[in-house]
Ligand binder design. Structure first.
Ligand SMILES: Nc1nc2c(ncn2[C@@H]2O[C@H](COP(=O)(O)OP(=O)(O)OP(=O)(O)O)[C@@H](O)[C@H]2O)c(=O)[nH]1
Length: 214
């Protein structure tokens, strides 16, 4: 599992941040890792296939609240399907990604939605459908209207993006964050980080001392 820390620290947040688990789902090569990489590093690369799952964190400040998004980037390859299933347990939000130039990936995103529907109550999870690779307009196989219609029929958020051209990527994550905050404020802030972050060095030192005393 790779760990990449986002550097955008909120400047004025005096309270503990809200912490949300966000999973990226969708078939292989639709651009899940590229969307995360664009958000966190504002860059684009030919990324190697994700093996198992990668993990990123991104701090955000939105409407005066601090948020920490724990972003789980799952592997789209079929052989990892059952593992990915484990990763979306406990998720607060899911980003369902398809490639607008690949109809099959749109159908796969719809199948992911069915799996989420089986696992979660509608109010338990925020879901956004993301049609990525809008720069491939000439090879488009899924129209904007088809994406929008599916999202509306299931009450999902919806956006089209291009990780390559940095088109609406931040907007997609902000839409998710805003909806998470809205729901959180409705139910009294249960996702605020409750304990201060663990100092891993201190913990390791404490363990070592204990071990040496044995
Ligand atoms: N043209 C174009 N290519 C993109 C875009 N986003 C990603 N790609 C390319 O698509 C390929 C797959 O991107 P990834 O981000 O690795 O896709 P993924 O969904 O994480 O793939 P898995 O890890 O296999 O699940 C790479 O070659 C990317 O450079 C985009 O917006 N436009």
């Amino acid at each position: 599992m790779a760990l990449v820390e986002g550097n955008t620290q909120p400047e004025s947040a005096s309270q503990q941040p809200y912490v949300f688990k966000v999973v990226l789902l969708g078939s292989s090569s639709v651009g899940k890792s590229s969307l995360a990489f664009r958000l966190i590093k504002n860059d684009f690369k030919d990324i190697l296939p994700t093996l198992g799952c990668a993990f990123f964190t991104q701090m955000m400040e939105l409407d005066g609240s601090a948020l920490k998004l724990e972003i789980w980037d799952t592997a789209g390859q079929e052989k990892y399907h059952s593992v990915c299933h484990l990763y979306f347990r406990g998720a607060n939000a899911a980003i369902l990604v398809y490639d607008i130039a690949d109809k099959d990936s749109f159908h796969r995103a719809q199948n992911w939605w069915k799996e989420l529907e089986n696992e979660f109550q509608p109010e338990e999870i925020v879901v956004i459908l993301v049609g990525n690779k809008t720069d491939l307009e000439d090879s488009r196989e899924v129209t904007l209207e088809e994406g929008k219609a599916f999202a509306e029929s299931k009450k999902l958020l919806f956006v089209e993006t291009s990780a390559k051209l940095n088109y609406q990527v931040t907007e997609a994550f902000i839409a998710v964050a805003r909806e998470l905050l809205r729901r959180e404020e409705q139910n009294g802030g249960q996702s605020r980080q409750r304990s201060p972050p663990v100092d891993l060095k201190e913990t390791a030192r404490a363990r070592k001392v204990k071990c040496c005393q044995d």
